[in-house]
Design a protein around this ligand. Structure first.
Ligand code: ATP
Ligand code: MG
Length: 439
């Protein structure tokens, strides 16, 4: 993409309405535009990141055997009356009346909708287990939408729903999601820590929030430092095998949000030098709730023994749009965003230090064509701007690699390759730089 043609409305000033760094940088980098309180349009740069995150989430869900569907954003109130949640949900739910005076709502989540589908079609234990997920916009009329897309009213969520014949099989489904979540966040270079969460009236230990540490997190969290040393992607995961040992290893160390925190236990179980007290952002939440929805919806299957049983369910959410902000909170400096390569909107920012100079233009065009031909995503700053402002914009939008082409280097046949993360630069012959970037 050539910057002269790209829709990238960056700004130099710090927007006054933004309280946290991710919100400031997302606005300054032209990633989002507020439409109304807690509701945003995604502009090209932001949209690219959102789609990359969505794709990682999808790949890791698919790897577990979960199957993607797409349920509507608008749901019928009757469905929610059936589960008893229509009244309970309160003001967070956006209620709508259609032209026939029928009560509708903009879905804050989809347990009811998906259970209706399962109840209609799953008629034999042979069809179980199943896990259906979708990646769809949700609406929750939050009292205080803030921090940009981190606590929006409209937000993109991946929500998966498991259906099993019994609690033991339900646990296996839960464990699959647990491990998939570890992998999903690790691929985005996030250290997400599973923390035991309140299961409410259902009880049991089958609910975990996945939390990343960040000063600007909304809740206080307490955990063992060893979590931060672990490398999930080094694990060879086979979803057909018993995942309990992996789950046990990740739930064996102390980790709790303030709601579940027990200071005495924390001090007993974690040596002083390993105690981490920080703030955290919830990026995912998994929950096993048995028959809570399958019962009111009559999601019943005959058992192999000739009886019948109500399906056991769990639900598993990831805040896809919140992750965009969470990643920035975890990875930035005072110049701007530092994207992990897996979610970067482009891999390379190509900077022409003297647009209009024949040699520089020709060299850049050549590099640009070669990178594109090799499938390397490149944003080419071909604007007739000062070098200083090109560098500032490139640092702000945080592409992992900057390739700088100037008249002096070209005389010696070299260009400069800079890592956004480390700031290290190297002068390299063009061909070598291209090779490094996969061109
Ligand atoms: P929170 O405690 O942050 O309000 P929640 O517990 O109500 O979240 P869940 O119902 O568990 O949220 O939803 C699953 C995921 O969706 C959360 O882990 C979070 O990442 C994301 N999410 C929830 N509410 C919002 C929101 N208002 N804006 C953006 N993402 C959200
Ligand atoms: Mg939650």
């Amino acid at each position: 993409m050539r910057l002269t043609q790209y829709f990238l409305p960056t700004m130099k000033e710090t927007p006054s309405e933004a309280q946290i760094v991710s919100h400031r940088y997302m606005l300054r980098a032209g990633m989002i535009r507020q439409a109304s309180a807690g509701i945003y349009s995604w502009l090209p740069l932001g949209h690219r990141v959102l789609k990359k995150i969505e794709q990682i989430v999808r790949e890791e869900q698919d790897a577990t055997g979960a199957q993607e569907i797409l349920m509507p954003t608008i749901q019928s109130a009757d469905l929610w009356r059936q589960s008893g949640r229509y009244e309970d949900y309160g003001k967070e739910m956006l209620r709508i009346t259609d032209r026939h005076e029928r009560d509708m709502l903009y879905g804050p989540t989809n347990e009811e909708q998906v259970t209706e589908i399962a109840a209609a079609y799953i008629k034999s234990y042979r069809q179980l287990p199943k896990n259906l997920y979708h990646i769809q916009w949700k609406f929750r009329d939050e009292v205080r939408p803030r921090f940009g897309i981190m606590r929006g009213r409209e937000f993109l969520m991946k929500d998966a729903y498991s259906f099993d014949i019994d609690a033991e099989s339900g646990r296996r489904a839960y464990n699959k999601m647990f491990v998939a979540y570890l992998r999903t966040f690790a691929r985005m270079e996030l250290k997400a820590i599973p923390m035991r969460a309140d299961t409410g009236p259902i009880g049991g230990d089958m609910s975990h929030e996945f939390i990343i540490l960040a000063d600007t997190g909304e809740s206080a969290v307490f955990c063992h430092r060893d979590f931060l040393e672990r490398d999930v992607l080094a694990l060879d995961v086979d979803y057909e095998s018993d995942l309990q040992p992996i789950v046990d290893e990740w739930t064996g160390l102390y980790a709790a949000t303030d709601e579940m925190h027990d200071p005495a236990q924390f001090e007993r179980e974690v040596p002083a030098e390993s105690r981490v007290s920080d703030r955290g952002i919830e990026v995912g939440h998994i929950f096993f709730f048995g028959e809570k929805y399958s019962k009111p919806f009559g999601a019943i299957v005959p058992t192999p023994e000739g009886g019948e049983t109500t399906m056991q369910m769990g639900s598993y959410g990831i805040g896809v749009s919140r992750l965009v902000g969470a990643i920035i909170e975890a990875s930035h400096d005072d110049k701007g965003i530092i994207w992990p390569e897996a979610v970067a909107p482009f891999k390379v920012g190509l900077i022409n230090l003297r647009s209009g100079d024949d040699d520089c233009d020709a060299a850049c065009d050549d590099i640009y064509d070669k990178l594109n031909a090799a499938g390397v995503e490149v944003l080419y700053d071909d604007r007739p701007e000062r070098a200083g402002s090109k560098f500032a914009d490139m640092d702000l939008i945080g592409l992992p690699w900057q390739l700088v082409v100037g008249p002096r280097g070209l005389k010696n046949g070299v260009v400069e390759l800079k890592s956004r993360r480390t700031g290290e630069t190297e002068e390299l012959p063009v061909a070598v730089a291209l090779e490094r970037l996969g061109g």
